[in-house]
Every structure is written in C-alpha cells, then in structure tokens.
Design a protein. Structure first.
Length: 587
C-alpha cells in the first residue's frame, strides 16, 4: 500500500530555525518542500564540493583497486589524496603531450643543443634551422648566394628540414627564410623529461589505484556531504515573515502524533492537512512484510508510482520472480545463485541496507531452481523434465502456451487492479470489459503459434460484449484524443499479449548457448588428455557469459513486462517521487 501523507505547515522563530531543523532531522519523519530557495554561500560551496567528490568517485570507480591501499580512516582523507593525485596526473599527462610534440619536432634534427647556435653566432657564423616543402627548398637553393650554404638534414613526407649556414657578413635576411619552430631544449633533455613524466604517471596511477581500494569510504563521505546539503537546502527553503519562519513539507500519517508531541514540547505552530488532488506528494511504499524484497529493485530502477496511483509491489514481486526464473531457465544456474545468496545473506545479516536485497536474490534464485527442475535443465543438460516440458515436437508449443497464459493472467490482473481506484460502477464495467478482449487476444495468438487452427466463434461474441462494456464505461466520448486512440489501444492489447513470448525466446536461447558451450568443451576434451584444462576453461567462461547475458535479459525483458505492458493495463505511469525525509546521516 501507499502510506497516506499529511501536508505540514510549521511555524517557528526565525532565530531558532536552525535548532528546529536539527530537531526535525533527529525525528526523521518530515520531508521539507523546497518551493522558493534562497541563495547561501555555504550551500553553494557544499554543492561545489559535492560535484568535486562525484567526479573523483566516477574516476576511481573506473579504476582497478590496488590490493594494498594506503592507510585511511575516513573518506575525506581519501578524497583529498585522490583529488591531488588526479590533478597531478592530469598535469602530468598534459606535460607529456607537450613533450611528445617537442620530441617529434626535434627528432628529425638529431641531437644538438640550442646553445651551439649561439656559439656559432659568437664566431661570426650564422646558422638558421629551416623547414619547407621540397619545391620551396629547390627554389631557395637556386636563389641562395655564394656566401650561404644549404645543408639538408631530413626529407620526409615531402617536407625538407635543412640548415642555412653563412658568414655573418653575407648571411641572408632571416625574414626571407622558412624558419622552423623549435622548442628551446635539446632532444636529449626532452627525452629525459619524457622518461621522468612516464615514471611520475606510473606513480600517480598507483596512488589512484590505492585510493580506489577505499571507494566505500569515499562513497560514505559523499553520502555525508549529501545529507548536509539536504539540511542546508531545507534551511534555505524556509520563508521568513519578520520573526516567524515557515516550513512546508509532508509527513506519513502514522508519524503525525510524534510530530505533534515535539511541536507542543518546543512551542512550534503546527498545521496538518490533506494534500490537494493532483498535488505532487512524495510516495512511501509499505507493502506486506513478505513483499518488501521488491523495494530494492524499485530503488535500483529509480521508479515509483505517483501518490494518486496504487502500490504494485505484490504482483510485481510475484511475476518478476516467475519471469526471472523463465529467463534464467536453468536449475544449475539457480543453485549457484542460491548458494551465493545464502552466503551473502549470512555474511550481511546485520546490514540493514542489504538485507532486503539478499532476500530478493534468495527468492529469485529459489524460483529459478524450481523452474529449472520443472524444465529439466542443468547447465545446459536436459535431465528429468516434466512430460509437459520434455524435449519433443510439442515442447516449443507447451512453453509458448505457458507464456501466453501468463500474459492473459498478468494483463487481466492489471485491468482488475484498476478497480481499486474507480469512481463509479460504469467505470468498473469499462475495465471489466477489457477481460474478454484480452481473452480473444490470447485465443488469436494461441491459434497462430501454439495450436494452429480457427479461432472459436464464441470468443468473438464474448469479445464483442466486452467491447460494448468498454464503449460504455472506459471511453471518454467528450475527448477526441481518447476516441482516436482507442483503436491503437485494441491493437496494443494484442501486441502486449504477443510480447510475452520473449520469455520463451530468451530462456531457450540461453539453454541453446549452454548446450553449445558444452559441446565445444567436450569436443576439445576428447582431442587429448592434455586439452582437459582448456575444455574446463571453455565451460567456465561459456557458462559465465551465458549467466551474464541472462541477467541482461532479465533487466531488459523481465522488468519491461512489469513496468510497461502490465503497468499500461494497470494505468500506472511511474511518475511519483520517493519520500525522502530530513534525517540524520547514518553510515
């Protein structure tokens, strides 16, 4: 269920607003609404600090953490060290680029010191280093007087590097020469600088890898800064009217008594009221205890129903578990995941933040084992499947039938779920009218893909009756857009039903990949006893890749069927925002 919310209007003294916010933060039940935010130097400074920390977190997250890290007790020290190392690293890279350009410019000239040119000039001999195309060089050679000599140094890619040597008395005007642009260092100095910068880059990369080993501390420091930023945002959101400061926000209805007691104790003015229709109210989901493991998935996806909608935690947990098991489609993989989940659940049993996630993976792993046993698939090997799922000419048809039955049940449940929020009996009839239409969609795909044949005539009559109910109760005949979109809704219901076949397609593709890797490994196995390690490696890497692809399939297809197809029929747009109360930082 979605916990009912109350609007909060709180009055306090302006000079006590910081103390009031500190008290609210300790209570941890009020989300402060930021309607008009005043600018403040400390909040802007903290926002800049957060941006710097986010940048460093992103950089370290992409690096391979060192096995041995420098000693660090808090995240701020890690941030300072990492930021300095990254700044030095970027400067080092920039200097290395400049050195590479200098080396490239000097390499064709060989090893010489720029001071040598000054030594020649002291002896009344001018030496100019020039660079131009071969054609320009030939023309310059023809018009050069007897007192100057052109000494070619390098010809590459149609460009000539050369030196013009002449006595000072007969030296040509340098403005008439294509002088080369050279750094004021010798090639030996530049190469020595390149070696130094390469060593420095290695040292700084090692330092960054050491910092990456403390990424958890750095993220904790980032969370502490974000908590402080929320507090400052709440402070700057208070409106002041003389000596009175006004705070607006939301609080879950079950927590209102706690706020009333605190208001009476501290002398606050407090007004609680119900939100207005259409108001952007934060959402706090409170599913039954057994359905709470779905909350980490919703948090990971960053989705939430709006306050005016309803909680889909229960059907989403049930059907996501089924979809997960069908996409994994292997009891062997399920057993490995179940073992891993059990170990993680025991190791992290005292961690409140990961407890629900561990329970979710335990449920998903167990459902994968059950489906894999029914399907008789163990690491791509088929053993002891139920006759309905066993290999044979009808296996594909039976698996597709399961997918389409799931589609009918899932989408029909979405339409029935709408009945919670209907405002009239007429609207309820309109939603119930979609059930026979969905049944016709099921019969059509059943006769197209599972058991080819004619669709029963009675299903058309049933769908016609449902269509009349939809015309009566679900279409707003005063809305031209709703009328024009209705044909697309009918077509969409059919394509939604058909899309559930992806469960069969993705699951079977994983099984075939596992079988292919097994065949490859056994082929290598039988070549020679010396090839056994290679065969084992093929199997391990192949099955690891298959599991990774299966998880991607779950995110793409298992999530989509819940958040798109089912949610469209349940009229859930996932446009809400989670409830985020002002609270103290907890590592």
């Amino acid at each position: 269920m979605i916990v009912p919310m109350k609007k909060v209007l709180l009055l306090t003294l302006s000079d006590a607003q910081t103390a009031t916010l500190e008290t609210l933060r300790r209570l941890g039940v009020v989300e402060v609404v930021s309607e008009t935010v005043a600018d403040s130097a400390d909040r802007q400074e903290l926002a800049a600090q957060l941006a710097r920390v986010d940048r460093i977190v992103g950089i370290l997250a992409s690096r391979k953490a060192a096995k041995e890290a420098f000693p660090a007790a808090e995240g701020e020290a890690v941030f300072r060290a990492a930021e300095q190392a990254q700044t030095d690293y970027e400067a080092c890279v920039k200097a290395a680029v400049q050195c590479d350009k200098a080396a490239e410019a000097l390499r064709g000239w060989g090893h010489f010191a720029p001071e040598q040119l000054a030594e020649f000039a002291a002896k009344a001999v001018k030496v100019y280093l020039c660079e131009c195309s071969a054609e320009q060089y030939a023309a310059l050679e023809r018009r050069t007087g007897d007192g100057a000599a052109l000494v070619p140094v390098e010809l590459r890619n149609g460009m000539v590097k050369f030196a013009v040597v002449a006595p000072e008395s007969s030296a040509p005007d340098p403005r008439t020469l294509p002088l080369a642009t050279l750094p004021g260092r010798s090639l030996g100095e530049v190469e020595a600088e390149q070696e130094r910068l390469a060593a420095e880059r290695g040292r700084l990369e090692k330092k960054l890898d050491e910092c990456a080993a403390h990424l958890a501390l750095l993220r904790q420091y980032r969370a502490r800064l974000a908590n402080a930023a929320d507090f400052l945002l709440a402070r700057d959101s208070l409106a002041e009217y003389g000596k009175i400061a006004v705070l607006k926000g939301y609080i879950p209805e079950p927590e209102t008594e706690k706020l009333r007691r605190q208001a009476a104790q501290d002398g606050w003015g407090l007004l609680l009221s119900d939100p207005e229709p259409g108001e952007a109210v934060p959402v706090l989901l409170a599913p039954p205890r057994w359905a709470k493991p779905i909350l980490p998935l919703l948090k990971f996806l960053e989705i939430s129903p709006s306050y005016q909608e309803f909680d889909l935690s229960i059907p989403m947990l049930v059907f996501f578990s089924i979809f997960f098991s069908m996409i994994i489609n292997d009891a062997g993989y399920g057993l490995l995941m179940l073992g891993t989940s059990l170990v993680a659940a025991v190791a992290l049993r005292k961690n409140e933040k990961t407890r629900l996630a561990c329970k979710l993976f335990l449920l998903l792993s167990f459902s994968s084992v059950v489906w894999g046993v029914l399907n008789g698939s163990y690491f791509g090997l088929e053993r002891g499947a139920l006759p309905f799922f066993a290999s044979g000419p009808k296996q594909t048809a039976h698996l597709e039938l399961v997918c389409f039955v799931l589609a009918l049940v899932h989408l029909s449940l979405g339409r029935c779920w709408r009945l919670v929020n209907v405002s009239s009996f007429r609207e309820a009839l309109g939603q119930l009218g979609w059930l026979p239409i969905l049944f016709l969609d099921f019969m059509v795909v059943y006769r197209l893909l599972v058991a080819p044949g004619a669709v029963p005539v009675w299903s058309f009559y049933l769908a016609g009756f449902g269509l009349l109910l939809v015309f009566y109760g679900d279409i707003d005949w005063h809305n031209v857009g709703a009328i024009c979109n209705f044909p697309f809704d009918l077509v969409g219901s059919f394509t939604d039903t058909l899309s559930y076949v992806r469960l069969f397609a993705v699951g079977m593709s994983g099984t075939y990949m596992a079988m292919s890797f097994n065949d490859m490994a056994m082929t290598v196995w039988h070549v020679s006893p010396w090839c056994v390690p290679v065969a084992i490696l093929i199997m391990l890497l192949g099955h690891a890749l298959n599991v990774a692809l299966a998880f991607m399939g779950v995110l793409v297809h298992g999530v989509r069927l819940n958040t798109l197809e089912f949610s469209n029929h349940a009229n859930i747009r996932w446009g809400g925002r989670p409830y985020r109360p002002l609270e103290e930082f907890r590592p």
